[in-house]
Design a protein around this ligand. Structure first.
Ligand code: AMP
Ligand code: MN
Ligand code: MN
Length: 281
């Protein structure tokens, strides 16, 4: 099977490596087909495409769009789109729009529990001024000695009900799927096991996603156990969705799963890249 890694993040969103350094690392790890999928941002696509070429790796354009569905945040990966498509570029720009203000509010929340200067602290880790994320706050809180690692920061400070959490309205599911599809790409539900949905809500997510034109689900990913991968392989078959595979690599110091170093897709599934054969560059 092809070693495809179709989800990871660079300094253009919340990763710590440049698109070029990611491409080199992916190739070194044996990746044959790669996609850089920065959160709500495609500003790194041209660089990633060129770097993939330098290393003789096939490339699909990518992004991971933040969506609000049933009151929760869901991530929708886009693959193989035209990264110059104006509706997609504009939709992503609007999706990024509220991040600055949200970050200020997060900082205010943290100040109330005695953590001062978190906004400025997080900014030091930001590579793209339009994309300040919780990950940057997490890095600052580790640096400041508040927590020992980023998962602890999320657990104690950055998830629902915790002092640094600010509820936010992201893109609509329908819009995210349409931006990707109308730009010639395929929309994929990212890391489905990570959402805290009830079975009914999850069924609604897959049903609506499919009705809006979504065509794939990430089955094998850094944060899925073997059992979770098997479960979403079944979901893919049930809903007639193609399957994707992506490490979710963010940083050599933080990520448990390195680029390309993850299990193969279970048999019987249609890999998303088979639907995207004419979009591979
Ligand atoms: P944001 O888009 O600002 O809400 O940040 C979301 C990002 O935070 C995700 O893309 C992950 O990189 C990171 N993240 C979310 N939950 C956790 C967690 N429990 N531990 C570590 N990182 C997390
Ligand atoms: Mn991330
Ligand atoms: Mn995600």
């Amino acid at each position: 099977m092809l070693n495809a890694d179709l989800r990871c993040h660079s300094t253009v969103s919340d990763g710590t490596l440049s698109p070029e350094a990611l491409a080199e690392r992916a190739r070194r790890n044996g990746v044959e087909l790669w996609a850089l999928t920065d959160h709500d941002e495609i500003g790194g696509q041209q660089r990633a495409l060129e770097a993939a070429r330098v290393h003789g790796m096939k490339y699909l354009t990518g992004t991971e769009i933040s969506v609000t569905f049933a009151g929760q945040t869901v991530h929708i990966v886009g693959l193989g789109f035209d990264h110059h498509n104006s509706a997609l570029v504009e939709g992503l720009r609007r999706t990024r729009g509220g991040r600055g203000e949200r970050a200020q509010e997060m900082s205010d929340g943290l100040a109330k529990v005695g953590i001062q200067g978190a906004y400025e602290g997080a900014l030091k880790y930001v590579g793209n001024p339009e994309l300040i994320s919780r990950t940057h706050f997490a890095r600052f809180l580790v640096e400041a000695g508040v927590c020992k690692d980023t998962p602890e920061v999320f657990r104690k400070y950055l998830t629902e009900g915790k002092p640094g959490f600010v509820p936010h309205r992201w893109a609509r599911l329908q819009d995210a799927v349409q931006w990707i599809s109308e730009a010639g790409g395929i929309a994929v539900i990212a890391h489905p096991a990570r959402y805290g949905f009830t079975p009914n809500e999850e069924y609604a997510l897959f049903t609506e996603f499919k009705a809006h034109g979504g065509r794939g689900v990430e089955v094998v990913t850094g944060s899925h156990s073997t059992q979770e991968a098997a479960r979403y392989a079944e979901t893919a078959l049930e809903f007639g969705l193609a399957a994707s595979r992506g490490s979710d690599f963010h940083s050599p110091d933080e990520s448990h799963t390195d680029l390309g170093a993850l299990p193969w897709l279970p048999g019987q599934l249609t890999p998303v890249w088979e639907l995207l054969a004419d979009r591979i560059q």
